[in-house]
Ligand binder design. Sequence first.
Ligand code: PBG
Length: 323
Amino acid sequence: MIRRTRRLRRTEVLRDSLAETRLSPKALIQPHFVIEGTRQEVAIDAMPGVSRTSVDRLVERVRADLDLGLSSVLLFGLPKHKDAVGSAASESDGLVPRAVEALREAFAEKLTIITDVCLCAYTDHGHCGVLHDGHVANDATLPLLSAMAVAHARAGADVVAPSDMMDGRVAHMRAALEAAGFPEVALLSYSTKFASGFYGPFREAADSAPKSGDRRSYQMDPRNGREAVLESLIDEEEGADMLMVKPALAYLDVIAALRARTLLPIAAYNVSGEYSMVKAAAQKGWIDEARVVREVLWGLSRAGADLLITYHGREALQKGWLQ
Ligand code: PBG
């Protein structure tokens, strides 16, 4: 007898009723690049459809996104001032704290505000930590990252998200947040972050490329799957509330493996290069963008991600691609 799996694919309604994966806008996190000034909106060449915005424009943008159902943001600051230790990162009236305050004031608890915590956009050398003899010094970087996280918490962030890949930063940051009186601020660790070519467009967007060398002494080797799970489990032990795999598409195995080993929520970061490849091919008419974006987001969800950080979110909801 023929095993007829096609029976359940016969009509659209039937297929929909049996879909194993359903995407809610609530699972999407929209990244934003924040710049100084007012009424600023600067396009990013390498990321069609994405721009850097000043705080006032950010508030308008987020208001419209909330109407679409996008209720979580991830903020990146692009400060004017850069120096060797990224001192602008921990200023209480810095760019990101001001953005957080403005969003909190405008949207109260309707919006989940997540902030990226890393020094690379704040250091003049572009590395994610401070340099000692040309080497990224792990332990000397920890207090700077924690001070940055505390500044974001004080401004009203719901979640801080360290993306630097220093060892021990989750425990250090958790302790610093408790000591500063922010026990309720959650920690989403970029727990498994690979040294990846897929970050190329982001580094243009955030002007955060290392001026010398690369990030392979702190970000993970893309060849390693077991170590990828270990990295995340260490952050769980250190007190992370949520874990992350980044990039997403070349690392679906890691998302799935981690899903089997942790009870914490997992975020997948569908990074800039993944976004721009889809955009470029769509602009050339080589792929059907709506279908491809759906497949990408379904794939991440199917692999086990609870939260999807993606630059496609707004357009996908505006154009009804996820229905
Ligand atoms: C900062 C950071 C990066 C991304 C998020 N946080 C870049 C990097 O590590 O070089 C990449 C995001 C993207 O490519 O969309 N450390």
